[in-house]
Design a protein around this ligand. Structure first.
Ligand code: HEC
Length: 109
């Protein structure tokens, strides 16, 4: 009895279709991300979560932040409480990019 190969084909298509279905921020691969989003995923997700709301270790909900961009940049550079200063880990340009990403998260909700 012959078995159609269609089973395998649809499995592969299924896997491809699911590859990009990660929660609000879209793809789970670094490839399609902005610089700021990559940096955020590498440095901030641990406490703030992918959408900024995680609040682990007493971290603030970033989507509810009322800080201005300048204040946020200072907070990320200097750190506060459990959050370490990032000025020695990231360049000023990188901090700028990651802050832009945080501000974009807030708008998306
Ligand atoms: C070790 C956990 C931790 C990591 C990692 C971390 N944060 Fe935080 N973050 C916190 C905590 C805790 C606070 C609250 C500090 C406070 O106000 O006492 C905070 C506060 C903030 C605030 C201020 C929010 C507000 O409205 O007051 C910003 C902005 C922020 N974090 C951005 C970032 C960014 C960007 C990164 C990555 C570069 C990052 N954080 C990484 C724990 C973390």
């Amino acid at each position: 009895m012959r078995r159609p190969i269609i089973g395998i084909t649809s499995l592969v298509l299924f896997a491809i279709a699911c590859g990009s279905s990660d929660a609000p921020m879209g793809s789970g691969v670094y490839g399609g991300m902005s610089k700021g989003e990559q940096l955020y995923r590498m440095n901030c997700v641990l406490c703030h979560g992918g959408n900024g709301k995680l609040g682990f270790n007493g971290a603030k909900d970033l989507t509810a932040s009322v800080l201005t961009k300048a204040e946020m940049t200072a907070r990320v550079s200097e750190g506060k409480g459990v959050m370490q200063p990032f000025k020695n880990m990231l360049t000023a340009k990188e901090i700028d990019a990651v802050v832009d990403h945080v501000r974009a998260l807030a708008k998306k909700k």
